[in-house]
Write a protein that binds this ligand. Structure first.
Ligand code: NAD
Ligand code: ZN
Length: 358
């Protein structure tokens, strides 16, 4: 492995209230004759005003994505197969939604040009060919999926991203108006994904000035909107959108840590979603992130949201073992969090104790 990561970034970024209105113009130069643009839109927006603002032309197609469950390789393969059959080639894939829809858009773009199943490419640098043009338009902010080089998919045997230089978007449209009406709970869970990215990056052993610069800014923005302000307003949305971007940039050049490593186990066994799963774990990480955990609890209180409790009650030894196996497999996360000797610190027994608290 190379010593330094040569980080592939998103090609174009447009930011600002109302920037979504420029989508038609942005797409124009990326259209290929006869080949449609495919708009993958979070099913929440079916019948909502945003759906009517999508700049559909000619044989373009709008597909409402079912994100009841986090994206699966089977779902990606199904849509890719259908599109190839219906159109042969497409001009591009435009993902409009939260992290799940953006991840689906990235994966689908890659599967329009790479053979086989998306499950074949779960891992690092396995993708062979660039995908078709892809754009990401967040309607929830926090995951950093808009800037990352991965798309997290649940496959037949694992939950793992298609990490590659072909994965980042060609274009992202950051329009804070699109996240304005997210429900309080959902906005908090996804927003806390960003807060947790900051804590894990800034408290990690992989930290460097690149990650620190972005992580500190994202953390400051999260503190302003989730602690210092008394009401949520337009400025909060503007800031949250940029916090997500900066938080994503921070972990791109470092790594996440304990909350994510433990939350992946919950998600694998119980199907717990990324945002809320991280929150459930973060409530119990005093030992690893004392200040971050205390501040997180203040944010929970101030935002008036419920963090589920007791989700591991009554699980069998086998089930705990399954979660522990998944979690222990996230080696770089543990190494970032606890250092090279992490296995001496985070033993299976200790991790079991942590899961029992959740
Ligand atoms: P999500 O995309 O899973 O959406 C959560 C819910 O919010 C859904 O029910 C959706 O329909 C709804 N929703 C979306 N926008 C809305 C809006 N504006 N108003 C009301 N409801 C809205 O949530 P998320 O937290 O953004 O994303 C989580 C996903 O992101 C997971 O699948 C996770 O694996 C992935 N993720 C990816 C990366 C990456 O780098 N690629 C990083 C972190 C997380
Ligand atoms: Zn995350």
């Amino acid at each position: 492995m190379s010593k330094f990561r040569n980080f592939k970034m998103v090609d174009y970024v447009i930011y600002g209230r109302g920037s979504f209105n420029q989508l038609d113009e942005i797409l124009a130069s990326n259209r290929k004759a006869g080949a449609p643009m495919i708009f993958l839109v979070d099913h929440f927006f079916e019948g909502k005003p945003l759906a009517g603002r999508i700049p559909v032309q000619g044989n373009d197609k709008v597909i409402f994505t079912d994100v009841t469950y986090e994206p699966k390789t089977t779902y990606v393969d199904k849509i890719a197969g259908d599109l190839k059959q219906e159109f042969g080639v497409v001009s591009g894939i435009i993902g409009i939604g939260g992290g799940s829809t953006m991840d689906l858009a990235k994966a689908l773009s890659l599967m329009m040009t790479n053979p086989g199943s998306s499950a074949d490419y779960q891992g690092w640098d396995l993708v062979k060919f660039p995908g078709v043009y892809k754009a990401g338009i967040p309607t929830l902010s926090g995951t950093g999926a808009e800037v990352s080089r991965t798309t997290v998919l649940t496959g037949p045997t694992r939950k793992l991203g298609m990490n590659s230089d072909f994965t980042p978007f060609n274009q992202i449209v950051l329009d804070p108006e699109l996240i304005a009406n997210a429900p309080n709970n959902q906005r908090f869970y996804t927003g806390m994904d960003c807060y947790i990215h900051c804590i894990e990056s800034l408290q990690g052993t992989y930290l460097n000035e690149f990650s620190k610069s972005y992580g500190e800014k994202a953390l400051q923005l999260c503190q302003e909107i989730f602690l210092e302000k008394d009401t949520w307003d337009n400025e909060s949305d503007d800031k949250l959108m940029m916090a997500s971007y900066a938080g994503g940039m921070s972990i791109a050049y470092s790594q996440v840590g304990v909350a994510h490593a433990v939350s992946y186990g919950l998600s694998f066994l119980l199907g717990t979603k990324h945002g809320v799963g991280n929150c459930i774990v973060m409530s119990h990480l005093e030992e690893y992130y004392p200040e971050g955990t205390a501040e997180f609890k203040k944010m929970v209180e101030k935002s008036n949201v419920e963090i589920p409790e007791g989700i591991c009650k009554g699980l069998t030894d086998e089930q705990f073992d399954a979660m522990i196996n998944v979690s222990m497999g996230m080696k770089p996360l543990w190494e970032n969090a606890l250092g090279r000797d992490w296995e001496k610190i985070m033993t299976r027994e200790k991790l079991r104790g942590l899961y029992e608290k959740l």
